[in-house]
Ligand binder design. Structure first.
Ligand code: IMP
Ligand code: MG
Length: 176
């Protein structure tokens, strides 16, 4: 695997994004909703950098992806706090085609929040298939399959402290 973002680069990028978020919300109460499981590491780092009155909740989205391609999206709201009249920031690991965040944003909008914005660690270039653009992005990356800092391939590699691109042979080996 090839390291795309080192631990210290990620730290700087997440700090920059946290500063943008704090500047945007100006001390207003915020509900962070993290899309599990990919955003678990970003969530832990980001919330500790935000000096705002925060509520934190999670929801789960899974695409039943067999490997590196997208499947049908299922969203589980069981663990989610009430968002009515709250400013919500949806946090995810990566904006690829954008279908996941678009679908969640649309469903949240029907729950009466004050507003919904989105923040992602990574945005893959040239892949978006939706009109939605994430409001906060820490890093733009090329169109490669990446793992680490929460991102997985078949639930492996989430714990790596850096972000790395998997080669075809890495993928073949990890698929076993
Ligand atoms: P989207 O709906 O196509 O934007 O995909 C979003 C979801 O797909 C993310 O939350 C990830 O779980 C997964 N995903 C997309 N690209 C990658 C990748 O390069 N590595 C690992 N997971 C990815
Ligand atoms: Mg994910």
């Amino acid at each position: 695997m090839k390291v795309l973002l080192s631990e210290s680069e990620i730290r700087r990028g997440v700090r920059r994004m946290a500063e943008d978020i704090a500047r945007h919300y100006q001390g207003q109460p915020l509900t962070i909703l993290a899309v599990m499981t990919g955003s678990v590491v970003l969530l832990a780092d980001l919330i500790r950098l935000l000096d705002l009155p925060l509520r934190v909740g999670v929801l789960q989205a899974s695409s039943y992806r067999a490997g590196t391609t997208r499947g049908e999206l299922t969203i589980n709201y069981d663990l989610m706090p009430d968002v009515a009249n709250r400013d919500v920031l949806l946090v995810d690991d990566i904006f690829d085609t954008g279908h996941t965040l678009e679908a969640i944003t649309r469903l949240l909008a029907g729950m009466g929040p004050r507003g919904v914005r989105t923040a992602v660690l990574l945005r893959k270039q040239g892949r978006s298939e939706v009109a939605l653009q994430p409001d906060f992005v820490a890093f733009e990356i090329p169109d490669e399959f990446v793992v680490g800092y929460g991102l997985d391939y078949r639930d492996q590699f989430r714990h790596l402290p850096f972000v790395a691109a998997l080669s075809e042979s890495d993928i073949a080996r990890a698929a076993r």
